[in-house]
Design a protein around this ligand. Structure first.
Ligand code: MRU
Length: 354
């Protein structure tokens, strides 16, 4: 079990661990409105695809509580605006749109008082389900690791990125719970250093053997034969198995394939987007060039230099050894295995793609 809470509903507010302050300070924020939640997502105080979805769901519950009218039409048109505000925060992680759609469905055609209650209950259900999904996918994924494993990961796909336990790091937690020995190499993950700031903090705090490396060292360690497998999370998985994840993931996947090291993606089914046919259709968030010309607050480049900052990249399905979900492990051809997973035909999937 992780030793901290990424977020928690308490006293009618959303309590969030501010991830921009880690690893040096553990500061919790109490968010009281949907605007607060939207700002926290935009500023990456909460980040990671599943965590963004859960936070947005609570944001909608807070927004609904703040609409003081008994008029159903007025209530629903304002609720729509609340949903749109949250949807517009970050474009790549499909868990956000998935959670907003679930919340919209639950409120539809309900009277304001009933809708407010149902929305809070749904946000709590989304949070609880996410943690259960992570634990399940962790158990499936742990079975892929040898008894003593050295795993390379990128960005942070841990408890901090979810409602709890984590996806890629959930696999490592489950492997350890099964008595396996796990050593982790964590890429620092430029430009915002989620690996150095968050993964190193989370794993060290929970007693894992973690070694921090710069992104450019990954090839060296993979080529040396030190890495048994790479495990990353995902922001969106297209119907054909192409995976959008933190910038730098694609390069790792190519390195892994070249060196015959398995490359696993761990993600709940809320990250699988069958409506998006391939990676070419996934919107990639472009962030401020200043995140590249600075390391955190410190300028490192000549003033005025041009910089590009795509926050995610797409790893084509051909580089992905398997996709670990709470309904089982999908293997190529993904068009078929992911569709089966999403329809919940888990037993069949595990038989067919062993
Ligand atoms: O920009 P971020 O920090 O939100 O990006 C996060 C990632 O890319 C994670 O790997 C992904 O969301 C999976 S989290 C379980």
């Amino acid at each position: 079990m992780p030793s901290f809470r990424t977020m928690q509903w308490a006293g009618g507010k959303l309590r969030l661990l501010d991830q921009t302050r880690l690893p040096h300070e553990e500061v919790y924020l109490d968010l009281e409105s949907h605007e607060d939640v939207a700002r926290a997502i935009r500023e990456m105080r909460v980040r990671g695809a599943p965590a963004i979805g859960v936070a947005a769901a609570y944001g909608i519950a807070l927004g609904a509580a703040g609409i003081v009218t008994d008029d159903p039409d007025l209530f629903h048109s304002r609720l729509d605006a609340v949903c749109e505000t949250l949807l517009a925060t970050r474009p790549t992680a499909v868990n956000l749109a998935w959670a907003v759609q679930r919340m919209r469905r639950v409120a539809a055609a309900k009277a304001p008082a009933t809708a407010r209650q149902a929305l809070l209950a749904e946000a709590q259900a989304i949070e609880a389900e996410d943690e259960v999904s992570n634990r399940r996918l962790g158990t499936y994924g742990a079975a892929l690791l040898p008894a003593s494993a050295t795993v390379l990961t990128h960005c942070n796909a841990g408890s901090l990125a979810t409602a709890g336990y984590g996806t890629a790091l959930g696999v490592l937690r489950a492997a350890r719970e099964q008595g396996k020995q796990v050593r982790v190499y964590a890429d620092e993950t430029r430009p915002l250093l989620q690996g150095a700031r968050l993964t190193a903090w989370e794993l060290q705090r929970d007693g894992f053997c973690v070694t921090l490396i710069t992104d450019s060292m990954a090839g060296y360690f993979i080529h040396k034969g030190i890495i048994d497998c790479v495990i990353v999370g995902a922001d969106r998985i297209a119907a054909n198995g192409d995976v959008a994840n933190k910038i730098g993931t694609y390069a790792l996947a190519v390195l892994a394939k070249e060196n015959r090291v398995p490359f696993y993606v761990a993600a709940p089914t809320s990250t699988i987007d069958l409506a998006t046919p391939s990676g070419d259709d996934i919107p990639i968030e472009e962030r401020s060039p200043e995140e590249v010309t600075r390391v955190l607050e410190t300028p490192i480049a000549p003033q005025g230099v041009k910089a590009a900052n795509p926050a995610f990249d797409v790893t084509p399905a051909q580089y992905v050894t398997a996709i670990i979900t709470e309904h089982g492990i999908a293997r190529p051809p993904y068009m078929r295995s992911l569709a089966m997973i999403v329809r919940g035909r888990n037993r069949e999937v595990n038989r067919a793609f062993k």
